[in-house]
Design a protein around this ligand. Structure first.
Ligand code: XLS
Ligand code: NI
Ligand code: NI
Length: 443
């Protein structure tokens, strides 16, 4: 394989919004301080290992369309994974983002036995550590692939067979330890097949309890080994299952409460999963923040015409600006960041397309951050909302919330003291205009 692989590409420069030529960031100027923090520290962006380096460009109707030397059909899996690792870090360096994310099976091929898989992953973790040291690229999160192998066809933790549960537990234990070793800021659990294909063969009550037990075991192990990153669950309503238990942020929150996991696990919200669940991304982010458990973001979007996870790079500034507006209001993402869990279109064959895709996604986020910061700075939305609810800060409103009035009290008050509320305009169109004008003016 030729080295460097992306021979014709230099490190992506910041060229500024006026520039129209070549590959360069128009909005993402990593050191630029916005709302008290550098763009780099606000966004904490990550490249995902799986779609970017492991996906061969296949779909359910067609074969792999890409020619990536490290995906050669008859090569030695270990040597190929080594090549993939070196190409990946070349890419991270040239793109200039601070983080990456991986599944255990992206980094290292699965062995003949679980013991062999552990040995292989340990060896690759060491190689990754050396590359991280050399390049300064850090790990946003690690995760275990509990959905690819046929043993997980009926779920991992929610499998009818406890031996599959045990197998998955072993895999997560090891991947969590590897993530800790690599200084990962978070550890993600996406319930790929934790759901069902048909209720005719499914015991919902048992599966919920199994999933609750599994997550408690992960939390215990995290504390046992002293992993100080954040545990995250990534909700999704379906695909590949007909129904996935972590349907959306609100469903996840009730699950965490039910199994005593609140305060231990936060949400990794994916744009595409939000819209698949019939929610907007803005809704999912605001809901997670309202329950104090937003953790991190997968920034890939869907296509409004398709009912599946198309994993496209973000390109909608307005959509992301509203989410970032909420995130700024909440003081940021903490250990989380924005991961591009996104893939090319199958016809985007060339390695350079990987750069075009990421540069566009990065700039969309950076532009959205500027819009969100302007909205916060102007303070109009905040003032409008505060004013709209101001009655609840006054004596009567506070007394209601403090439990000082029964239903009967309130009825009496209305009947005797002439309570006669008048509706007030919600000014939705005015507020939408305000957001739109910031989208156009932010630079
Ligand atoms: C799939 C998920 C997956 C998780 C990591 O839809 O988005 O990629 O982010 O397992
Ligand atoms: Ni997804
Ligand atoms: Ni994801």
């Amino acid at each position: 394989m030729r080295r460097p692989f992306f021979e014709e590409i230099e490190k992506i420069p910041f060229v500024g919004v006026e520039s129209n030529e070549g590959l360069g960031y128009r909005y993402y100027d990593e050191g630029r301080v916005v709302a008290g923090r550098s763009m780099k520290d606000h966004l904490r962006m990550a490249v995902c290992y799986w779609h970017t380096f492991c996906w061969p460009g296949d779909d359910v109707f067609g074969d792999g369309a890409f020619e990536r030397p490290w995906q050669a059909a008859n090569g030695d899996p270990i040597a190929l994974a080594e090549e993939k690792l070196s190409v990946a870090f070349e890419f991270f360096e040239k793109l200039g983002l601070p983080f990456f994310c991986f599944h255990d099976r992206d980094l290292a091929p699965e062995g003949q036995s679980s013991a062999e898989s552990v040995r292989i992953l340990d060896a690759f973790a060491e190689k990754a550590a050396a590359e991280m040291e050399r390049t300064g690229v850090a790990l946003l999160w690690g995760t275990a692939n509990l959905f690819g192998h046929p043993r997980y066809a009926a779920g991992a933790a929610t499998n009818p067979d406890p031996e599959v549960f045990a197998y998955a537990a072993g895999q997560v234990k090891h991947c969590l330890e590897v993530t800790k070793r690599l200084g990962g800021a978070n550890y993600v659990m996406w319930g790929g097949r934790e759901g069902y294909d048909t209720l005719l063969n499914t015991d919902l009550r048992r599966e919920a309890d199994q999933l609750g037990r599994f997550m408690n075991l992960v939390v215990e192990h995290k504390h046992r080994i002293g992993f100080d990153g954040t545990l995250l669950i990534e909700p999704k309503p379906h695909e590949p299952t007909k129904h996935q238990y972590d349907h959306d942020v609100a469903t996840l929150h009730s699950f965490l409460q039910r199994y005593g996991l609140e305060g231990e696990i936060r949400a990794n919200v994916e744009v595409n999963h939000a819209t698949l669940a019939g929610n907007s991304f803005h809704h999912e982010i605001a809901t997670a923040i309202a329950s104090d458990f937003l953790g991190s973001v997968d920034a890939n979007r869907g296509d409004p015409q398709n009912g599946w996870d198309t994993d496209q790079f973000p390109n909608d500034v307005a959509e992301l600006a509203l989410a970032l507006y909420e995130i700024l209001g909440a003081g940021g993402l903490g250990t989380g960041g924005f991961n591009f869990d996104a893939k090319l279109r199958r016809q985007s064959l060339d390695p350079i397309d990987l750069f075009h895709a990421h540069v566009g996604g990065v700039d969309t986020l950076a532009h959205a951050l500027l819009v969100a910061a302007d909205l916060r700075k102007g303070g109009d939305l905040e003032r409008f909302v505060a004013e709209r609810y101001s009655g609840w800060d006054e004596t009567f409103g506070r007394e209601i919330l403090d439990g000082k009035h029964s239903l009967a009290d309130l009825a009496t008050r209305v009947a005797t003291s002439g309570v006669d509320p008048h509706p007030r305009s919600g000014r939705q169109e005015m507020l939408e205009n305000l957001v739109r004008s910031r989208v156009h003016s932010a630079r």
